[in-house]
Design a protein around this ligand. Structure first.
Ligand code: ATP
Ligand code: MG
Length: 495
């Protein structure tokens, strides 16, 4: 590089006059620095963010903090799991990590289950879909145990999975009395193991049969399933499986076999159930037999009364059973199908891995009656033994109570059921449901106002209860990827 005039003159001892540098104002950093907009930086290639970027950090003493941010609190949760929106109280990303929370002593959560409540159309199912989508990255798999509106089909197809279509005339058969992987290698089990497993399998079958029979009505009354009916059903299951006398395998059974044995009882069955003769047996069990017959000849005939014909791909990120074809048969048929799938799904568990079991529109099943609530309760407990995340979606907490009259055992079960989920996502509700929420979930007035006010003002706003702590969280969906997959308002759009 050539030398300049300044350097040449300086060789001869001359210095050119020069301007003194102008005193530039040195920027004094203020306490508030610039944070990127939650929409992301405005430039090509930079774009939408699932949540706001991490909050800026400031250093000051704790007595100064209260002056700048009088109402905010820090999020005590670690940034692990699915980012599920913005905690509006402090602007930070709210992460949902049920399994991580259980292991963290600071977070008062002892089970990974999530119950979601909210008025229709507030975004409950969208939350579930976004949660699954964001948990798949951590190796989780989702099983939709009944999709009454076929709304999970888009999500399934997005991941290259074809959902199972269940309904009259469809080829898929699902046997709710399938013993599932629990019965694998039966002949190699010790006597004690066989007793333990048969207790689990029979317990599930009985509770399901009680719920399917008990939800049928004669006028205003439900078909009674008391201790006598339960003993008869137990004896029928024993007769069919012969698990006491035959240790080679646990025979899978189907509903029509239960009816056939009841309708044509053997002398052993009559003895086992302590009826004096065949005539008395048939006379006393007429209602029970007719109710069982309804399961194989009624609305659900040809769907849940044959050996299971579908194979679940345990490697796929998501599997779903579409039930919209049952819609024409009424809410009760859909509720019964959900009960069958819920029970079946809790037994179909093999291998390790983390699974998310989803029971959307669970209220349809719970409305079937006290036995259906008990069956739902048992399914959740059974799945919980595997550490799966159970998600149940309903409109309001009292859905879980409506099955029983005040003060009955069903109401107590329904109340206890709410304690099976330490995580609750509460979407907007009308004021008249607020009392329910207060009463059942012990919410404080601020939380109650958030649900009936703040959460009602925009879709995607929810109060997330993590144990006794509540967080106001706004979930943003990706406009191109997630919104189209969660869109359920097609029918409401003007044509
Ligand atoms: N966070 C969100 N941001 C923007 N739109 C949303 C959000 N959550 C849901 N929506 C939209 O709101 C509509 C209703 O959502 P969704 O079907 O999840 O409601 P829902 O509470 O499950 O209703 P229902 O009780 O009838 O099943 C959908 O079209 C969905 O795309
Ligand atoms: Mg929904």
């Amino acid at each position: 590089m050539g030398r300049g005039v300044k350097e040449l003159l300086s060789d001869f001892g001359h210095d050119l006059p020069h301007h003194p540098p102008s005193p530039t104002a040195t920027a004094v950093p203020g306490p508030f620095t610039h944070a990127t907009s939650w929409r992301g930086p405005r430039r090509a290639g930079a774009g939408w963010a699932a949540s706001r970027p991490p909050v800026r950090q400031y250093r000051m003493t704790s007595d100064q903090v209260g002056l700048y941010w009088p109402l905010t609190t820090a999020t005590p949760m670690a940034a692990t799991g699915a980012p599920m929106g913005v905690d509006v109280l402090n602007g930070s990303t709210f992460y949902v990590d049920p399994h991580g929370w259980i292991q963290d002593d600071q977070i008062p959560v002892t089970n990974p289950n999530i119950f979601i409540f909210g008025k229709p159309g507030r975004g409950k199912s969208a939350w579930v879909k976004a949660f699954c989508n964001r948990m798949f990255a951590f190796g989780y798999q989702a099983l939709i145990l009944g999709d009454p509106k076929d709304e999970y089909e888009l999500l399934c197809r997005h991941f290259g999975v074809e959902p199972f279509a269940i309904g009259p005339g469809m080829p898929a058969r699902l046997n709710p009395l399938d013993p599932g992987p629990l019965a694998a290698g039966w002949n190699k089990l010790t006597r004690a193991e066989r007793d333990h497993k048969s207790g689990l399998i029979f317990g599930r079958w009985l509770v399901l049969l009680r719920s399917l029979i008990g939800c049928q009505t004669i006028g205003d009354h439900r078909v009674p399933v008391g201790p006598t009916e339960e003993q008869i059903l137990k004896a029928v299951l024993d007769t069919l499986t012969r698990h006491d006398t035959d240790s080679r395998e646990l025979r899978p059974i189907v509903l029509p076999q239960v009816w056939a044995v009841l309708n044509n009882p053997s002398s052993e069955l009559i003895d086992a159930t302590r009826f004096p003769d065949r005539w008395r047996f048939l006379e006393e069990t007429r209602l029970l037999r007719d109710a069982v017959a309804q399961l194989t000849t009624g609305a659900l005939a040809g769907i849940f009364d044959a050996p299971t014909s579908i194979t679940i791909d345990w490697q796929a990120p998501i599997q779903s059973m579409s039930l919209s074809r049952l819609a024409g048969l009424g809410d009760q048929a859909t509720g019964m199908a959900l009960a069958c799938l819920s029970s079946w799904g809790s037994a179909m568990r093999e291998g390790g891995g983390h699974r998310i079991n989803i029971r959307d529109e669970a209220w349809k099943q719970l409305r079937l009656g006290p036995d259906a609530v008990a069956s739902f309760d048992q399914d959740l407990r059974l799945s919980r033994a595997h550490g799966d995340i159970e998600i149940a979606v309903s409109h309001k907490p009292s859905d879980y109570q409506s099955a029983g009259h005040a003060g009955t055992q069903a109401q107590q079960i329904a109340k206890d059921l709410l304690h099976l989920a330490d995580i609750k996502v509460l979407y907007g509700q009308d004021a008249d449901v607020a009392d329910d929420l207060d009463h059942l979930l012990d919410l404080r007035p601020l939380a109650r106002d958030a649900i009936t006010g703040w959460a009602m003002h925009r879709t995607g706003r929810a109060l997330i209860c993590v144990g006794p702590h509540t967080h106001k969280v706004h979930l943003a969906l990706h406009p191109d990827l997630e919104l189209p997959l969660t869109h359920t308002n097609h029918n409401l759009a003007p044509s």
